[in-house]
Design a protein around this ligand. Structure first.
Ligand code: ZN
Length: 308
């Protein structure tokens, strides 16, 4: 009898260890980092260049062995801007580029035809910059995919005929908010405020990484591969090492955009007109009328007021 009990105990222990091991192996969720608004989002501190900022970010990505990171370009920012052109040249020599529309046009404020022209106006720069023809990815400016279903369908059909894939987003903590604030605080040499920017950024990042995973489970019944939206700006090279540590600590494995979006979740289309609906997951939450789990909000007011 005692032997039998011992055997059962041993078997269940093996089962527990095996299950835990397996769940540990499976919990590394895939995540692709993407960067918008190249050559640069927001303001820079005085004396800091776009090229220098880009070089610093590229060095971190290389040192951390981050798989290729798509940078989404608005070529209008290059007009009369040699620093911007140099920054973009540096980026494209190291990482892939994609289309973010020439003038960062808002599809909610414009008809599909004008939006399509803005996409095409961006193409010569991408053609010149990209080492291969892998630039046929569109990241919608403001993540606005169309405030009417007709617009949404028209642009999607157009993208398909031109060989574009939509670079979706599942994770977003509006990191751009910190770019301008950091530029102001760095100009004032305000170390206390910069320390607060770091901690508030990492708190928001942590909360919204968790929220994205919860959203995926509510929508799909399981977690999915994720695509994270960041913006290349003044704060990026300062905070990126800690952001990468956090992403790793949360159990994510960094992959390419192609690999992340090979998940079947990215084949779905909410196919409705939506106003400022946010990420693909936010869109589905709205369409399926799923209640948001409790989560921390971003400190909009404090960020806007700091170092003014
Ligand atoms: Zn943008």
């Amino acid at each position: 009898m005692q032997n039998l009990l011992r055997f059962i105990c041993w078997k269940s222990c093996v089962l527990v260890v095996f299950t835990l091991g397996l769940s540990g192996m499976c919990s590394a969720q895939k995540l692709a980092i993407t960067m918008d608004d190249l050559p640069l989002n927001g303001m820079l501190p005085p004396g800091v260049t776009r090229a220098e900022t880009t070089k610093n970010v590229l060095a971190i990505l290389k040192e951390r062995h981050v798989p290729p990171v798509y940078g989404f370009v608005n070529a209008k920012k290059l007009e009369g801007n040699a620093d911007g052109a140099e920054a973009l040249r540096l980026w494209a020599a190291a990482e892939p580029v994609g289309n973010h529309a020439y003038s960062h046009m808002d599809l909610e404020l414009n008809p599909p035809e004008a939006f399509q022209r803005d996409i095409e106006e961006n193409e010569p720069a991408l053609e010149l910059l990209a080492a291969t023809d892998n630039w046929h990815w569109l990241r919608y400016p403001y993540l606005h995919e169309g405030d009417t279903v007709e617009k949404r369908r028209a642009v999607r059909a157009y993208l398909k005929t031109r060989g574009y894939r939509i670079a979706q987003v599942s994770l977003d903590w509006e990191d751009y908010l910190w770019n301008g604030a950091y530029a102001r605080c760095a100009a004032k040499n305000d170390a206390t405020s910069i320390a607060w920017l770091r901690s508030s950024y990492l708190n928001a990042a942590s909360a919204f990484l968790d929220l994205g995973r919860q959203q995926a489970k509510l929508i799909y019944g399981h977690d999915i591969n994720h695509v994270l939206l960041l913006h290349l700006g003044a704060f990026s090279s300062t905070i990126l090492p800690e952001a990468l540590d956090l992403i790793k600590k949360k159990g994510f494995k960094l992959v390419t955009l192609e690999e992340a979006q090979s998940d079947a979740a990215y084949e779905g289309d909410p196919d409705v007109g939506l106003h400022d609906a946010g990420t693909l997951l936010d869109q589905w939450m709205q369409v399926k009328q799923i209640k948001y789990p409790e989560h921390a909000e971003k400190p909009y007011k404090e960020i806007a007021a700091i170092c003014q």
